[in-house]
Design a protein around this ligand. Structure first.
Ligand code: FMN
Ligand code: SF4
Length: 606
């Protein structure tokens, strides 16, 4: 429970302690701010000033960084800060009505904070618990899963009575792995050095050849060849006194994705071993795991795994007793920004800055973390790389399809009986997954999250894989009772919310798309708006700075093409109609000039 201290002496002691823990390094700024806030509840100006002085930056820069991250609060929040996961699948499970009920019970106004300061209630983007939602983040350190009306009432009682979180029912905070189908990654025994020993016995170059033979492609979405990425990093010169860097991307921000959460719970050793294999091949000394803020509750278990691996000589100095094989991993916890999953934004965040995607080239493999050659790979990619280092490339490439070797984890949620994680060899059909998860009367599947593709039932024989349906892992099922316009509307809200604002096509484009969708939802749409949506989609292709903007209209385009009727029924106006009351907007001007005559009003056309 945060201390919510306003006492300057205590605040100063708190900040000093956190700064000391991080050696007052500038690149640790996001961690420092997050940890101070964990102790103080929010970040008053005085705390920012103390941090700024400690790391040698101006308060304006520190505030600029803090204001970028949704989980860093520059205004007070409640002693119990409750954030509802706001993915479309949470909404399908009634999260909005539950949130309203919780607000009513706790007397929390729309602004978010109760008058007594006890509770604040708001929304966060998907918290990665779509298989056991609706979920609630509490003080950004705990989660309550499977919220329902009873739980809302019980939780409101706990908050009203100021029951410490440690005394809340443990089963509320239980996060289940829900593995429904496992294969070589999820079934693998815990790696306690087997992959490292195989690498050591074979040699670094030969292991790189195995990785190449495996044809492993990245699991974070883009599907870049892992062997090629690592080879490019190895070829890049290292600045004097520096090192190559291995970064694991555990940001998992794509709504509907939660397979990395399960890998981090079940196969953390494989993730860390994969990173250590990479370090051996790249001669890297620094490892960083970027854990999304929503998974803060995984930090302590992951730190324990790291400590155990250090004690066993699998991390630290002279790993496996090999002279000069020095490598260790630190965990950096994110602070609620989807764009930080983009690898260059992630590196900025690791360096303690706002998570703005970098201009490339140079690519991270050439100049990444603190200017050093850096590989960034997804959690699942490192798991696969570890197994490949152990069993060899031919073993891996025999699984899956020619262009998509190995297995892939899918996070299945939405309208089905058995949501959870399913691991299949690549090449499985959408229909097979639907059958296995107990989906019935399915209208659509969103593969790869909001930035992925939306499929209609005539496409369910399509196959998962880079040849046909690339995916980072989300598989959201919508049955025929769902309104696909509302699904696309929810995704438009997500992108407008998450755009970092750096480039105009995305900042303005995502806002305009949302405005048009809001207008259609309000029944004010006409054929003009539909054309405008098409134009916005075209405009945003190829003009945005990073992949967020470029993929933000995928769901719009797919649903317009496949579920046009859901839009058509909202195009009720025969001709263009403004999305807002133009005459009403002039009211303040009329008041200021003391006029209300007919000429001070716009002519209203019927
Ligand atoms: C907006 C945006 C968000 C992303 N989020 C993630 C993420 O959460 N996890 C991830 O592994 N990759 C994410 N990526 C892809 C990364 O930029 C990068 O390609 C990936 O981490 C590389 O790892 P891989 O080669 O193992 O796939 C995202 C990309 C974009 C444009
Ligand atoms: S495309 Fe969007 S998220 Fe990416 S840099 Fe531009 S504004 Fe930021």
């Amino acid at each position: 429970m945060p201390i919510h201290c306003t006492d300057e002496a205590r605040l100063s002691a708190t900040v000093t302690g956190v700064l000391r823990r991080h050696g007052a390094r500038r690149e640790a700024l996001v961690q420092i701010l997050r940890e101070v806030q964990e102790r103080t509840g929010w970040l008053p100006r005085s705390a920012l000033a103390l941090v700024a002085a400690g790391v040698g930056l101006t308060p304006a820069i520190v505030e600029g960084v803090a204001s970028f991250y949704r989980f860093l609060h520059l205004q007070p929040v409640g002693h119990f800060h409750l954030l509802w996961s706001d993915n479309v699948t949470d909404r399908m499970q009634g999260s909005h009505a539950l949130a309203q009920e919780l607000r009513r019970l706790l007397a929390v106004p729309a602004g978010g904070l109760s008058a007594d300061g006890r509770a604040s209630v708001g929304f966060a983007s998907c918290t990665g618990l779509g298989d056991q939602g609706p979920a609630l983040l509490v003080n950004q350190q705990h989660v309550v899963t499977r919220m329902d009306s009873q739980r809302v009432h019980d939780l409101a009682d706990m908050v009203r009575n100021q029951v410490p979180l440690a005394d809340w029912p443990a089963h509320w905070m239980q996060v289940d792995d829900q593995v429904r189908r496992s294969d070589v990654l999820l079934d693998a025994p815990s790696l306690q050095g087997q992959a490292l020993q195989a690498t050591q016995a074979r040699g670094a170059q030969a292991t790189m050849s195995e990785l190449s033979a495996s044809r492993l492609r990245g699991r974070g979405g883009a599907g870049f060849s892992t062997a090629r990425k690592w080879a490019l990093c190895l070829a890049a010169p290292v600045p004097e006194g520096g090192t190559r860097v291995v970064v694991c991307n555990a940001d998992e921000g794509e709504p509907g994705t939660f397979k990395d959460r399960v890998l981090l719970s079940r196969q953390a050793d494989a993730v860390f071993e994969g990173m250590t294999v990479a370090a051996r091949l790249l001669d890297a000394r620094t490892g960083l795991l970027y854990l999304r803020g929503e998974y803060r509750y995984l930090l302590d278990p992951l730190e324990s795994v790291l400590a155990r691996r250090r004690a066993r000589g699998l991390l630290g100095r002279n790993i496996l007793g090999v002279e000069g094989f020095d490598f260790d991993i630190a965990i950096h916890v994110g602070a609620g920004a989807y764009v930080c999953g983009e690898e260059s934004a992630l590196i900025e965040s690791l360096e303690g800055k706002r998570g703005t995607p970098r201009i490339r080239p140079p690519f991270p493999v050439e100049r990444g973390y603190l200017g050093q050659p850096t590989v960034v790979n997804n959690v699942e990619t490192f798991c696969a790389a570890a197994q490949i280092a152990w069993h060899g490339g031919t073993w891996w490439s025999a699984i899956g399809t020619p262009d998509s070797s190995g297995t892939k984890l899918h996070a299945v949620s939405g309208d089905c009986e058995r949501p959870g994680v399913y691991e299949y060899p690549f090449g499985v059909t959408v229909a097979q997954v639907l059958h296995d998860c107990g989906a019935r009367d399915t209208q659509a599947v969103q593969v790869g999250g909001p930035s992925g593709r939306c499929l209609a039932d005539h496409e369910f024989q399509r196959r998962m894989g880079f040849e046909d349906l690339p995916t980072a892992g989300a598989f959201m099922v919508f049955d025929r009772s769902r309104d696909m316009f509302e699904v696309a509307h929810a995704f438009a809200q997500f992108f407008a919310h998450e755009s970092c604002g750096f480039c105009t096509p995305c900042r303005v484009g995502t806002a305009l798309v949302l405005q048009r969708m809001d207008k259609l939802a309000a029944g004010l749409g006409s054929g003009w708006d539909r054309t405008d949506l098409d134009d916005l989609d075209t405009l945003m292709q190829g003009t945005t700075h990073c992949g967020l903007g470029a993929s933000s209209t995928h769901a719009l385009r797919d649903t317009l093409e496949r579920f046009g009727a859901a839009y058509d029924k909202r195009l009720r106006q025969p001709r263009f109609t403004p999305g807002f009351d133009l005459d009403g907007e002039l009211e303040p001007a009329r008041r200021a000039t003391g006029r209300d005559d007919p000429h001070a009003h716009l002519e209203q056309k019927g």
